[in-house]
Design a protein around this ligand. Structure first.
Ligand SMILES: [Zn+2]
Length: 422
């Protein structure tokens, strides 16, 4: 048994924001959520004074590089990073080596993660080998446990194939998750087209219209087919406007945004170089402001990290030759609290909604409220302390937030009656 004492339950499912103790049974199920519970005999206690107790975060977009690229990350180090970041559940993308386009690869990942305090789910690919030519066996991947299908990393360039994928997905009630960047509009990836950093590093950059053009097309196809479609890591103001319009038209569409697109702009690439190189790239301040507005008004549903570890050697290459992507699981809450809550753009409850409740609901994860009868998957959060990140559980250190003063941090996750401290 575990009794979490002196904390404040902050739970968007029940709209609770009250000082409460939480008693969890030996079976890991929450037994009571009440003020001032006396610890039963032999019960372990955790003093959560000054902390909130919330549904653990859900990240619909991480890269654990396993199988195939475990010098960058593996399932176990990725899960440890997720636990340190306050995550209850993460969803791994399918661009592994080999590609996660069969039930066998999905089972390899989920079985390897079975003992982790974090629930690790594995997405399946939309097309075999992410080649954009032949659809995978959607039913088999869903049956193996894939919570969504995605070719993340590359765009589904053929409109006809994309429409066929949506028809199949709609018939099987499968969520499709799309990385939207039309390759012919991306002269070079990783930095915004025309940014000062593009000039500094001698590359042309990626146009925002590469993203907005694909989002516009896929809203039309989602309306046409009735498919549920998620737009990954939205980066541009016009994309948010199109998604707002698409939702108004009745499309079953969702959107995610990363902490770094909410916190940084193309100007930060001048300072951080390859540690601020990602696809889609950081855009302008007006884009960043539009993304925050869209998150606040519900146009963008949720925050996802796109945690993308690479080796230090790869990121030490010249900008043009370095891989895109940055890590994010461990710093996400501190960055979002600093940029969104401490500035008054979101309330703490809204941030929990966008990091926990909304992604859980979109991916069909149930029983997440801090409520008697649910298996405990909780996060204990400090919203006030100054936090500076200098080392990580992830194998990847490719983040621009190292050494940056941030506010607040996850202190622990609770999985059943087990506490995993950061
Ligand atoms: Zn992507």
């Amino acid at each position: 048994m575990l009794l979490i004492q002196n904390g404040r339950v902050l739970d968007p499912y029940t709209n609770t924001d009250e000082k409460r103790d939480v008693l969890i049974g030996d079976d890991g199920v929450i037994a009571r959520v009440e003020p001032n519970i006396d610890p039963p005999a032999g019960c372990e206690t955790y003093d959560a004074a000054g902390l909130t107790i919330s549904p653990g975060f859900v990240d619909g977009h991480v890269h654990f590089r396993d199988p195939g690229q475990t010098a960058k990350e593996d399932v176990l180090t990725g899960a440890a990073a997720a636990a340190a970041g306050g995550y209850a559940t993460v969803i791994c993308m399918a661009n592994t080596v080999p590609t996660c386009d069969t039930p066998e690869v999905i089972r390899y990942v989920t079985e390897k993660a079975a003992g982790c305090p974090v629930e690790v789910l594995q997405a399946g690919a939309v097309t075999k080998g992410l080649k954009g030519q032949e659809l995978t066996d959607f039913s088999a991947l869903k049956a193996a446990g894939a919570p969504c299908l995605t070719d993340d990393g590359v765009n589904l360039t053929s409109a006809g194939l994309c429409r066929a994928a949506m028809e199949q997905a709609a018939a099987r009630d499968i969520l499709l998750s799309f990385h939207e960047e039309e390759p012919s509009l991306v002269p070079s990836p990783g930095v915004n087209f025309g940014a000062a950093a593009a000039e500094k590093f001698g590359v042309p950059g990626a146009r925002a219209s590469a993203e907005t053009a694909m989002i516009a097309r896929d809203i039309a196809l989602a309306l046409d087919t009735g498919a549920r479609v998620l737009f990954q890591h939205v980066s541009a103001a016009q994309s948010a406007a199109l998604i707002r319009a698409g939702k108004a038209l009745g499309a079953k569409i969702y959107a995610e945004v990363t902490p770094h697109h909410l916190a940084l702009t193309e100007d930060d690439v001048l300072t951080h170089g390859t540690y601020a190189r990602m696809n889609p790239p950081l855009r302008r301040e007006a884009d960043r402001q539009a993304l925050i507005d869209a998150l606040a008004d519900g146009t963008i549903d949720m925050i996802a990290t796109d945690h993308a570890p690479h080796t230090a050697e790869e990121k030490a290459r010249a900008f043009a030759n370095a891989p895109s992507g940055i890590t994010g699981l461990e710093t996400a809450f501190s960055v979002c609290n600093t940029v969104l809550v401490q500035t008054g753009r979101l309330t703490p409850m809204q941030l929990i909604e966008k990091m926990s409740k909304n992604p859980a609901e979109i991916y069909g994860l149930t029983g997440r409220a801090v409520q008697a009868g649910n298996f405990a998957r909780l996060v204990l959060l400090d919203w006030q302390s100054e936090t500076v990140y200098r080392s990580y559980r992830s194998k990847g250190v490719n983040t621009p937030f190292t050494g940056v003063p941030l506010t607040g941090a996850p202190r622990a996750i609770v999985t059943g009656a087990r506490v995993t401290a950061r």
